[in-house]
Structures are given as C-alpha cells and as structure tokens.
Design a protein around this ligand. Structure first.
Ligand SMILES: [Zn+2]
Ligand SMILES: [Zn+2]
Length: 484
C-alpha cells in the first residue's frame, strides 16, 4: 500500500486542529515577550563585550594590526573580542553542564534511560532561584535548547533527562532582567552556587587566560592560552606544545580524544554515539537510540577507529580517518557515518556545534532588532493555526529532503511562538509528534550542498586509488583496457 503523505497530513489536520485550539495557546504571549527580552539582553551583552577595549590580552593580533583602514580594524577587533568571549563561554558552559545533577543511576530503572517516554516519571528536579548561571553560560544553554534534537541527544547521552523534562528557566531568568537597560542581575546566592559548583568566576572575563589540558601522549597537564597574537590559542586554530614532551596540541588532538572517549562509552556502557539518538517510527521522530549505526560501528569499524585514535599515534588526523572510512565503508552506510562524524568537526562534547549555534541565534536576533513586538502581537486568534501550519509545512519538507530554515525571520510572531515553545523541549516534542511529520524541526540549519564532510567522505576515483596503492597493477590495467 502506498501512503500519500499529503493526504495523511491533511486527514490528521482536521482531527487535531479543533482539539488543540480548545486547549488554548501552546505558549503564552507573555512567555514570547519574555523570550524576546532575553534575546535583546544577549545582544546587549555582545555589544558591551565587543566594545570593551583591552578586554583580552592578545586581542590586537598581527592580522588586525596590519589592517590600514581604521574602521575595518575596529570591526575586526570587536569581532575578535566577541569570538574569544564566546569560546570562553562555551567552555564555561561545558564545565557547568558537567556539574549539573545527572539523573540518578537508577539500577531498577535502567531501561528508563533507553527511551524518552518512561522518563516522564522522572521529575524529581526543578530549577530554583539560586541555580541560575551567569549570562554567558545561559546564552550557550539557550542556543542549545533551540537546537532541539541536539539538546535531546545531550540530555540522553549525558543522563540529564530531568533537564529535558524541565526545560529552559525562562520565567526565573526574566525576573533577573532589567527591561530598561537590558542588564541581567542575579541574587548573590546564584553567584555563590555557580562558583562553588564550577570553580569558575561568575563573570566570564574574570576567569584565567588559559585552560589546562591533558597531553594525550604523556598525560601531563599543560596550560594553553585562549588567544595568542598569531591566533594559535584555544579560541582559534589551536597550536601549542606540551610543556613536558613537546607534543603538538591542536584542535585535531582534542577531537580525536573526544571520538576515542565516545567509542569507549559505546563499547563499555552501550552509550550510543552522537548523531544516532533519534529514530523515526511511524513517521514520528522519537528520542531513542538507533541501534543500526551503533552496531555497525561496533562490528565493522571499531578496531580501525581505536587504532587511528590511539594515544601513541603521533599524527592523529580526523579528516584522514574519515577519508579512509569513505573508502572502506559501503555506500549505503555513508549517510549513517556522516551523521556520526559531523559531530567530530568541532571540539566541544555536545551534539551541537555550540559556537555556530550561538552565532546563528544572535544573527537572527540582531536582524529583528528594530522590530519590537508587543504581547498582543503574539496573541492573535489564529496563532495556533498558523503555528501548526508552519510545523506541518516543515514536516512535509522533511519527507521531501529537509526543511528550508536557512534563515529564521524573527519579525514573524509565529517564529517566536515556535522558538519559545522549543524552550520547553518535552512539551514541544509531544506537540510535534501530534501535528508534524518525522524528526522535530529546530534551529539546526539545513545540510549544505558544499558540506566539507561529504567531500571528505566521497570515495576517491579509481585512478586516485591506484596512485595511493590501493588498487593492484593488474586491476588498473584491466580498468584501462575496459575504458579504452
Ligand atoms: Zn606531553
Ligand atoms: Zn554532508
């Protein structure tokens, strides 16, 4: 039987819409308004940080100094300041995230963690007024929440499903924002709580100028700076040397180490790899581990990947590893490998490229800066219908090759209803299952046709394989004769 997705969706629409309308707005206009205020507060932070001359030691690097146009130079240094600040914020967020209470190691309820559904019972945690993190950390957490699928995966893989159930503390946060000057001020108890929990300073700029990382070769710690005048710090193209053994510490080393840790988590604790935690069952996206890719990696790729990522490997190179996977893996398995390895293109231990996510959110926010929507703008009687139509439209896009959300226009109130709904992930996930198709739509940009990962994975031509010594001379002769 062939099911026409158009027809099915239309059939569901007539049943679902009156029911949803009766239940009132999914997101209150007040929450949308508070959300808008929060984004303005993030923009205000960006503005303040960018303009704070002398904020970071190496902010005037060689490239900026050699720029002759003073206006271009100014915007370059502002951009660089913000970039260093964001990298530090991502690191601070990761420390904070790691310290957030994990779902208790339930022995009797081990199966609960396998699927999203049974965890509904797990609700023994909620935000309190003194748990709010500093604004920079909040900004990263907010961007991740909008990337719903990645957030779900992080909560699942890092065992923080309570956070998935609880969502983003919009109400509490908005109590700390002064609407007139868009500043964020928390009670002293938040500061004490955060500093005690993370051993970091409350204010981003009060943290030290570097981070200690473990050398994979000799296991000694080396402090690497956030930025240097030649842009070789953690916030840029990292290249530092281990103080004990002179091993070159670059981003690739950190990415390879992350991969190795994840492989061991899969082997020893059966924890699925990133990019494999969502499945589509009967057209509905569900946060549940996808067995096939994990089994595939375990059975066919594990020994090769463990060999490539071994700490004694002097020149670990993730691109080369992916390239050789492209050669060895059968073609139908490539999309599976793609979904996994797109998470090894950046350093952070999250299913979301957090820096890119923050940039994306702030770009959309800054594009609507001159439009100030009021609570009544979110209160249109047709809002729910419009919202459902939007989700459904994107869902259809999923069936025909992915939603087109390359730009999110925040001057449209529907986009605020959607984005604000994303801040309560559990509710959004359930709602989307009722009205949409496939995986829930979120802020993740559509797959780029120029994706560098796809290019790396593409199996090389026969000729290239021959020159790389992967094809024998006789096979090469046969190929040439056949081609002649
Ligand atoms: Zn070393
Ligand atoms: Zn790709």
């Amino acid at each position: 039987m062939v099911v026409d997705p158009e027809k099915t969706a239309a059939g569901e629409a007539s049943e679902a819409t009156p029911l949803l309308q009766k239940s009132g707005p999914v997101v209150s206009p007040q929450a949308c308004y508070q959300h808008q205020l929060l984004l303005r507060c993030f923009l205000n932070l960006k503005n303040t940080v960018s303009k704070a001359t002398g904020l970071f030691k190496a902010e005037y690097d060689y490239e900026i100094k050699s720029e002759v146009d003073p206006i271009a130079r100014q915007s370059m240094v502002e951009e660089r300041r913000w970039s260093i600040y964001t990298s530090r914020a991502v690191h601070r967020y990761s420390v904070w995230w790691a310290q957030i209470l994990a779902d208790s190691e339930m022995s009797s309820c081990e199966k609960c963690s396998i699927s999203e559904k049974p965890c509904a019972r797990h609700s023994g945690w909620s935000w309190t007024g003194d748990e709010l993190p500093p604004l920079d950390v909040l900004m990263i957490f907010h961007a991740l929440t909008l990337h719903h699928r990645s957030f779900g995966e992080d909560c699942f893989r890092h065992k923080k499903m309570a956070l998935w159930n609880e969502g983003f503390p919009l109400q509490l946060v908005s109590q700390c924002i002064e609407p007139d000057n868009l500043t964020y001020s928390c009670p002293e108890s938040c500061k004490l709580h955060f500093e005690g929990m993370t051993k970091l300073a409350w204010d981003n700029v009060d943290d030290s100028g570097g981070v200690s990382i473990e050398c994979p070769r000799c296991q000694n710690q080396t402090v690497v700076p956030w930025s240097t005048r030649r842009r070789k710090g953690l916030a840029e193209e990292l290249l530092q040397y281990c103080q004990s053994c002179k091993y070159g510490l670059g981003n690739h080393v950190l990415v390879v180490r992350k991969l190795r840790q994840d492989l061991y988590l899969l082997l020893r604790r059966d924890l699925p790899l990133p990019g494999t935690c969502w499945s589509v069952e009967e057209k509905h996206g569900i946060l549940t581990p996808n067995k096939a890719p994990n089994e595939f990696v375990k059975r066919y790729l594990m020994s090769m990947l463990l060999e490539e990522t071994r700490p004694t490997n002097l020149f670990p190179n993730i691109s080369q590893t992916i390239e050789s996977l492209g050669r060895t893996v059968v073609k139908p398995a490539l999309p599976m490998i793609h979904d996994i390895f797109e998470h090894y293109q950046y350093v952070e231990n999250s299913s979301c490229n957090l820096r890119a996510a923050v940039t994306r959110v702030l770009e959309s926010a800054s594009a609507m800066q001159d439009t100030n929507l009021s609570e009544t703008d979110f209160d249109s009687p047709h809002m729910v219908t419009q919202y459902i139509a939007f989700l459904r439209g994107q869902g259809k896009g999923f069936l025909s090759g992915g939603p087109d959300l390359s730009e999110i226009d925040l001057t449209d109130p529907t986009m605020w209803v959607w984005s604000t709904h994303l801040l309560t992930p559990r509710s959004y996930s359930e709602f989307f299952r009722r009205v949409g198709n496939g995986l829930p739509v979120d802020w993740q940009p559509p797959h780029s046709p120029k994706c560098s990962l796809c290019l790396t994975m593409r199996p090389p031509s026969f000729a290239r394989r021959f020159f790389q010594g992967l094809v024998s001379l006789s096979a090469w002769k046969e190929f040439m004769e056949a081609a002649a």
